[in-house]
Design a protein around this ligand. Structure first.
Ligand code: ATP
Length: 242
């Protein structure tokens, strides 16, 4: 099993403020890596560095085992913060624009829209989509070019339970059927505990802990689907215990 991402002692400072501090984490091939932290913990900053949108102040990172990040980033799909969609265009036309921008073949559009559950949206414009539909369209855009690694920054923020479930099912499908490694951030552990395979907890810019789903279950001695509240307590204890 290969390593998809390794960050080595990554630090990002804005002025004198270190928003990511000496952060080393590893995402293995096949992982659904849940990156958990409260608002302002530094999740988006780390993700922006991985995607090449922010420059590390110190440390470095490897993608697919190498340091040629520009080439490697062609194999990454990202949905960061508010994804840019064209509100007056249909799902299909949004995809068409992005496919052309990326120099990719339009032949993949139908399959990707099918994959994210937006194949039947017809003439409906993106501005009339639910937030969940918009997120899934943003994921379809990120999937153009068949990336091996998908990075999603808080994709379930603001979604209702059904929207959250749809995103969860989509991510699991992408991971299992399309063999895509996923890094997903959230401020709610119990939301990711249903499907993430590994976890990293970030607090004040530092990686407090990394553990597997199995380790989480062993510590809890219980199954997460039935004990979401305990998991939430566990998370809060971790944060409070620093
Ligand atoms: P959220 O879920 O609220 O986005 P987060 O964990 O993603 O939280 P970041 O967005 O990475 O956190 O922000 C971490 C800290 O870095 C915050 O205190 C934020 O104000 C600060 N920060 C982020 N970007 C900048 C910037 N460009 N200049 C100065 N400070 C910044």
């Amino acid at each position: 099993m290969g390593t998809i991402l390794r960050t080595n002692h990554l630090t990002k400072k804005y002025g004198n403020n270190s928003v990511v501090k000496d952060l080393s984490l590893t995402v293995h091939e096949g992982d659904i890596y849940g990156f958990i932290g409260k608002n302002g913990a530094g999740k988006t900053t780390l993700i922006r560095m991985i995607a090449g949108l922010a420059k590390p102040t110190e440390g470095n990172l490897l993608l697919f085992g190498g340091q040629n990040l520009t080439a490697a980033r062609a194999n990454i799909g990202t949905v960061i913060e508010n994804p840019a969609l064209y509100p007056n265009m249909t799902a299909r036309n949004n995809m068409m624009v992005q496919v052309k921008l990326k120099g990719e073949s339009p032949e993949q559009i139908d399959r990707l829209l099918e994959l994210v559950g937006l194949a039947d949206t017809g003439k409906k414009k993106a501005k009339n989509f639910s937030l969940g539909m918009r997120q899934r369209l943003a994921i379809a855009v990120a999937l153009i070019g068949s990336p091996k690694f998908l990075i999603l920054d808080e994709p379930t923020n603001g979604l209702d339970p059904q929207g959250i479930r749809e995103i969860r099912e989509l991510i699991v499908r992408l991971n299992k059927e399309e063999k895509i490694t996923v890094l997903i951030s959230s401020h709610i552990l119990s939301e990711l505990s249903k499907f993430a395979t590994r976890y990293g907890i970030i607090h004040n810019g530092q990686l407090v802990e990394e553990f597997t789903k199995q380790e989480l279950l062993e510590r809890q001695g219980e199954t997460p689907t039935e004990h979401d509240n305990d998991l939430e307590d566990y998370f809060l204890q971790k944060i409070a215990g620093i």
